[in-house]
Ligand binder design. Structure first.
Ligand code: AHR
Length: 497
């Protein structure tokens, strides 16, 4: 089939906030213990951090990592995870039915962030706890010294404050599975008071209000409107969470889910702007899409109750998952004027692009690659490509464009990148790329993932799903012609010359 993409500088959507390439580490399964932290591992450093994991996190170029949960945070006493390790208590984690040894906590994570060249997006417990413990944590983490909590940090061996700038006001507080779940009114009040006290403790921080736990949440829409109406003046972002699965084994419907994702983002923006209008305020609330991914392969996997860091949520991703992850990221970037933060949930082992064997090797899941390409090449501003391509109908949707695409322009580096998913299972696409006022950009690299079956996946001894380089597409100065293989992920990199 034939398709056309038109690009121009004027099609600018917005600046890409680098935090849109964030991720997430929760005290859950082997994300921390056996993931980022494994003191006995051959690659572990003096702090017990796995060096092979840090290398891949750096390669992924993740600018911010949300921590310590997730559902876990709603029962977490942060004080349990600081100070001498030998006196830290073991606690039952009611979120995941395991035992939390607390040998890794806030300071260990902050140290890990430094080593992994990333920043922390810290979540506070607004489930079993409230504003008081939240503001204490801000004081412990960010205050320079001379107060009880900041002096405690110094006594724990960390003289300098960590300066965490971004804080989540709880997690999925609408969900009945959440410890301390609340009504929208209860949550709005708690979040407002927590945010207020946290900002009075450190006025340089930003806070994220919990939106609904997903678009399918029964209170979706009303939850955002009610809690935001209450907390608007003190918060900066509203969160969105969404996971998808190919539950009916229908690849075309699965890949079309970005239409729903787009609608979801649009709806939350409408609610934010409705409250803005109601309040007649100049302040705009932006979005933090702080949990997104494919998640369904591991849902019913058994585990040993109350054990420490048992394997949980260890989805092994296949090729169609990689195409959806790429398509989801493209969808987020299409809204980068309002989505400032997004976190691929999660980073290591737990529904993650990086997979480790405890005591053993490491491999890159299929989903690693689209994230790596976008995070490394998708910087600068996002341009909305005008796409003209055939569409398909499937069980769940009609008029689904076969191509999903975004362009990014980094004027400083004089580089432009076009990311394209071809969702057609059978047809290759002869793509005509028309560069209106960008004609001095010429292709210098064309990377693809193609030729794989939908269910092909990687394993520790078999990392065979990976990108390859293609011949550089032909350009006549104004138009570029590229051939996109059926069912493929494509990255066309251009440079000004
Ligand atoms: O990322 C896994 C879980 O999904 C998180 O703990 C929770 O916030 C969400 O429901």
């Amino acid at each position: 089939m034939k398709a056309k993409i038109t690009l121009a500088k004027e099609f600018k959507i917005g600046e890409i906030d680098k935090r849109i390439y964030g991720s997430f580490v929760e005290h859950l399964g082997r994300a921390v213990y056996g993931g980022i932290y494994e003191p006995d591992h051959p690659t572990a450093d003096e702090d017990g951090f796995r060096g092979d994991v840090i290398d891949l996190v750096k390669e992924l170029n993740v600018p911010i990592v949300r921590y310590p949960g997730g559902n876990f945070v709603s029962g977490y006493n942060w004080e349990d995870g600081v100070g001498p390790v030998e006196s830290r208590p073991k606690r039952l984690d009611l979120a995941w039915g395991t035992t939390e040894p607390n040998t890794f906590g806030t300071n260990e994570f902050m140290k890990w962030c430094k080593k992994a060249d990333t920043e922390c997006m810290m979540a506070v417990n607004l489930g079993t706890r409230g504003p008081d413990e939240a503001r204490n944590l801000v004081e412990y983490v960010n205050h320079k010294g001379g107060s009880a909590w900041s002096d405690m940090r110094i006594a724990h061996g960390y003289k300098e404050p960590w300066n965490v700038k971004l804080w989540c006001l709880g997690n999925e507080m609408d969900g009945r599975w959440q410890m301390g779940a609340k009504t929208a009114e209860e949550y709005g009040r708690t979040a407002l008071e927590a945010s207020k006290l946290m900002k009075w403790t450190d006025d340089s921080i930003e806070t994220v209000l919990c939106g609904s736990s997903s678009r399918n949440s029964p209170t979706f829409g009303e939850w955002e409107a009610t809690s935001l109406d209450i907390a608007y003046d003190s918060v900066d972002y509203v969160s969105l969470h969404q996971y998808y699965g190919n539950h009916d084994d229908d690849t075309q419907s699965f890949l079309a889910l970005t239409l729903e994702l787009d609608e979801f983002i649009h709806s939350v923006l409408c609610v934010c702007d409705y409250i803005k209008a109601k309040k007649r305020t100049k302040k705009t609330i932006n979005l933090s899409f702080d949990e997104w991914n494919v998640w369904y392969h591991s849902n019913n996997a058994p585990y040993e109750k109350w054990s420490v860091a048992p394997p949980r949520l260890e989805d092994i991703y296949n090729f169609e998952d990689a195409l959806l992850v790429g398509s989801m990221m493209i969808t987020l970037l299409r809204h980068c004027d309002r989505i400032k933060i997004a976190c691929l949930a999660q980073l290591v082992n737990v529904i993650a692009p990086i997979f480790t064997q405890t005591g053993g090797g490491i491999f890159k899941q299929t989903t690693y690659y689209p994230f790596e390409h976008l995070s490394n090449f998708g910087r600068g501003v996002a341009l909305n490509p005008i796409i003209s391509c055939p569409k398909y109908d499937c069980k769940a949707f009609t008029d689904v464009p076969y191509l999903e695409s975004i362009a990014t322009l980094d004027e400083e580096k004089e580089e432009m990148t076009l990311f394209i998913v071809n969702k057609s299972l059978d047809d290759e696409v002869v793509l005509d790329i028309s560069l209106l006022d960008l004609e001095d950009y010429n292709p210098f690299e064309f990377i693809s993932m193609d030729g794989y079956g939908a269910k092909d996946e990687n394993g520790i001894d078999n990392p065979f799903v990976k990108p390859h380089k293609n011949e550089i597409p032909q350009s006549d100065g104004k138009n570029i012609t590229a051939l996109l293989k059926p069912f493929s992920w494509n990255v066309i990199r251009m440079r000004k010359y």
